[in-house]
Design a protein around this ligand. Structure first.
Ligand code: 5AD
Ligand code: SF4
Length: 365
């Protein structure tokens, strides 16, 4: 069956999704990406939104097998960004008309952290009288904590499911009782119940991951009613259990990396075709595997960019994977560089707007 047959279908089923995800021929990919870009234009517009990404601390209680800032990595120097600096960066984002800021850190659940984030949210919220949208990305918490942060001004929350397949999830996390798929899923449910716009996502090209798994990930986004999606290729970090295993098995070759990138762009395109009005990020991990990775994602249906506003002196210590780009840049460079990338694909930037996912509101109607 020809790819156009699938692209013309009103509703895609799981088999269709698997077929589309598995395309590798350049002409077919071209058709797939064009179709997804058309749906993007129609359902969310060819306007891309910025979320200033502030990685404010790399302390983490978790030990995910793939991540460079996992608790067990003793080679990383731990940092906390001083509060005044976080507020200064939030003010900078507001002045630059970024519309929104994303606060990300490793996971901590202690009371001091919960209080700290709550205060921080109130202070950021007071900038420009609540003008700046705030997305939190600080891991698994109790429902009560999520509620406190919501009341303090966060209105979006990103928590990746990493894989919708609990068995695959198990292979990526230590079996110490603290890395449970069911807990992650319950957190996503709690966030939605509170009223957050919920974002999730997966890593793509993981050892043992099949096209069926990836198709299930897209179906999971739908069944969880997800408004924002942030996903990207798995990228090796040299000092992690998974990174070592993958490198030793010869699975970090240029061909393998190209495969993981292609699969990631295919995931963006098929997610756009299937879910239509959600926000989808063109993530930094895509650029790690190809200099034009993020442009490729925008052209295949992504509509969100996250320019780094992490302080330059801390960027080195927030490496979840090897070869993260933009380590040497300041926030000004990231702003200008991304604007050029948006223009190069024929899109414009939605300056000063929150850029909420139309899906969230269409859904409330
Ligand atoms: N490669 C790609 N993505 C990674 N993340 C963590 N480590 C890696 C890696 N080695 C992603 C996870 C996490 C998010 C903050 O970063 O999906 O949820
Ligand atoms: Fe911590 Fe997140 Fe990295 Fe896991 S992926 S080790 S929770 S920062």
């Amino acid at each position: 069956m020809n790819i156009s047959h699938y692209l013309q279908k009103e509703k895609l089923n799981k088999e269709d999704i698997v077929f589309l995800l598995g395309r590798t021929e350049p002409e077919e990919l071209d058709q797939l990406y064009r179709a997804a870009y058309e749906v993007k234009k129609e359902c969310v517009g060819n306007v891309d939104y910025y979320r200033g990404l502030l990685e404010f601390s790399n302390r983490c209680i978790k030990n995910c097998c793939y991540c460079g800032i996992r608790r067990g990595n003793r080679q990383v120097e731990r940092f906390d960004t001083p509060k005044e600096d976080i507020l200064a960066m939030a003010r900078w984002c507001y002045e630059q008309q970024y519309g929104s800021i994303t606060l990300q850190s490793g996971e901590r659940q202690d009371e001091a952290f919960v209080d700290y984030v709550e205060d921080l949210l109130r202070e950021i919220k007071s900038i420009g009288n609540g003008a700046l949208g705030i997305t939190l990305c600080v891991g698994e918490q109790t429902k009560e904590t999520y509620q406190r942060w919501y009341d303090a001004g966060a209105h979006r929350y990103l928590l990746r499911i990493e894989s919708s397949n609990p068995k695959l999830y198990k292979t990526l996390h230590p079996q110490d009782g603290h890395h449970k798929w069911e807990v992650r899923k319950a957190c996503l449910d709690a966030l939605a119940e509170i009223g957050y716009q919920v974002g999730t996502g997966v890593m793509i090209g993981l050892p043992g991951q099949t096209l069926e798994d990836l198709a299930d990930d897209i179906l999971f986004y739908k069944s969880q009613n997800i408004a924002m999606i942030g996903m990207g290729p798995y990228v090796v970090h040299h000092n992690t259990p998974l990174g070592k295993k993958v490198s030793e098995a010869g699975l970090d070759s240029p061909e393998e990396r190209a495969r993981r990138l292609r699969l990631s762009i295919n995931m963006v395109a098929v997610t756009r075709l299937f879910l239509k009005d959600v926000n989808i990020a063109a993530t930094t991990a895509m650029q790690t595997l190809h200099p034009l990775g993020r442009e490729m994602a925008l052209k295949a249906g992504a509509n969100i960019l996250m320019p780094l506003v992490t302080l330059p002196q801390f960027r080195n210590q927030y490496q979840l994977y090897d070869n993260k780009p933009c380590l040497e840049d300041g926030q000004e460079q990231c702003r200008n560089c991304l604007s050029a990338r948006v223009a190069s694909v024929g899109d414009t930037v939605g300056w000063g707007q929150w850029g909420d996912s139309p899906h969230f509101f269409n859904n409330l109607k």
